[in-house]
Write a protein that binds this ligand. Structure first.
Ligand code: FAD
Length: 374
């Protein structure tokens, strides 16, 4: 075999896995189709360190989010990755929403979220004088992180521990062979074959395609693309919000609802929405026609917002396992021995909170790879 382990994808998840595995394994190799890390979803998101409130209790999303959050804060502190534990308010703008806050806090507690306190409107006004709310929940465990800085540090750690990064390397096909896998890779030199004992599919938006390359046509792995657009708030109004501000989530939500996110450069943006990309094309444009929906959603809790304050920002694409109307689905992270593919690990549907959970996902994959069950 040419190498021991190939990880497909150098987003935050592939890099976190590479860092983790290279601590205990030799011959770790990361194949990434772009010429740098983090050119897709990992650099097109809200950069929020989530508390772990929303996810179904017992799900991988809930568990890995909370574990990942602790690991991430420790990692950022240790390696001086820019971050801020700024806290988040979930704001109810009417009595009906205020009633939902108790259930949300209950779910957060069931998930093991340590923070979460009720805040009355008057107290909120002292902290956030420009926000409209009748009541709120405050989570001091939420924060923001510089995703680029995080990925740079993860890449550095992985390389120092012996990982080889192969940028500009697109995986075209994968074949099961005796004792491992043969990968067909396309790089600037053309097409070549490379063999590995183990393969980790951390290909993000390309993960279903990669799973199919090795013959896994399981419909449960089919990813559906949902675009999330952002609008930036200008005209000096970025200074009017000091925390992350989220609405009370609607039921059957495909995202967390349009929220206000501060960033580490002092900017303020609203988003993301959730637009189903029926044709599966990676379209990163921000539709000018979406402005009205953003304006009206955000005005409920940001009453100072004027039409001209909003400017199109960026968009990212979530690889979800659900189509419109389907129930919320969990991450799938699976070692595929049962399907006749020992040492092949698929990660599909790694949408939010994948950034928060990345370090915990790295550990989880290491356990699967080494056959540990905890
Ligand atoms: C709008 C939006 C907002 C979000 N907000 C948050 C948030 O605030 N907090 C949070 O925790 N999470 C958030 N997320 C989720 C988070 O961004 C993702 O879960 C995370 O970035 C996924 O990382 P990844 O490494 O799996 O995927 P990616 O970053 O997409 O990396 C996968 C890599 O695989 C490569 N690849 C694919 N196919 C191949 C192939 N055939 N050969 C070689 N390379 C290949 C790609 O080029 C890519 O670089 C958000 C996501 C979106 C879209």
């Amino acid at each position: 075999m040419d190498t021991h382990i190939v990880i497909i994808g150098a987003g935050v998840v592939g890099l976190a896995i590479a860092r983790e595995l290279s601590a205990s394994h030799e011959g770790v190799y990361v194949a990434e189709r772009h010429h740098k890390f983090g050119q897709e979803t990992s650099s097109r998101n809200s950069e929020v360190i989530h508390s772990g409130i929303y996810y179904p209790p017992g799900s991988l999303k809930a568990r890995l989010c909370i574990e990942g959050r602790h690991l991430l804060y420790d990692y950022c502190r240790k390696h001086e990755v820019l971050h801020q534990q700024c806290g988040k308010y979930m704001v109810a703008t009417n009595e009906q929403e205020a009633h939902q806050l108790s259930d949300i806090l209950q779910r957060a507690r069931t998930n093991g979220v340590e923070s979460g306190t009720f805040v009355e409107a008057e107290t909120l006004r002292q902290e956030e004088p420009h926000i409209n709310a009748v009541k709120a929940l405050y989570f001091n465990t939420s924060g923001i992180v510089d995703s680029h800085g995080l990925m740079k540090q993860l890449e550095t750690d992985a390389v120092v521990r012996g990982t080889m990064m192969a940028y500009g390397s697109q995986i075209h096909n994968i074949r099961k062979i005796d004792g491992g896998y043969e990968l067909e890779i396309f790089d600037e030199g053309g097409l070549f074959q490379f063999t590995a004992q183990k393969v980790i599919n951390a290909a993000g938006l390309g993960a279903w395609e990669v799973a199919r390359m090795v013959g896994l046509n399981d419909p449960a792995y089919q990813q559906h693309f949902w675009k999330g657009q952002y609008w930036a708030i200008g005209n000096g109004k970025h200074k009017m919000v000091n925390h992350l501000i989220y609405p009370v989530p609607q039921t059957k939500l495909t995202g967390l609802g349009i929220h206000a996110t501060i960033d580490l450069n002092g900017g303020l943006k609203i988003g993301p929405d959730a637009v189903y990309l029926e044709n599966g094309k990676l379209d990163y444009g921000v539709d000018p026609a979406s402005k009205s929906a953003f304006y009206h959603s955000a005005r409920k809790f940001l009453p100072f917002l004027q039409w001209d304050d909003l400017h199109p920002d960026q968009a990212g694409i979530r690889p979800k396992l659900q189509k419109p109307g389907d129930p919320v689905k969990d991450f799938i992270i699976r070692e595929e021995s049962r399907k006749g593919l020992p040492g092949f690990i698929n990660l599909v549907g790694i949408e939010s909170p994948g950034l928060t959970a990345s370090l915990a996902i790295g550990k989880y994959v290491a356990h699967l790879l080494d056959g540990r069950k905890d």
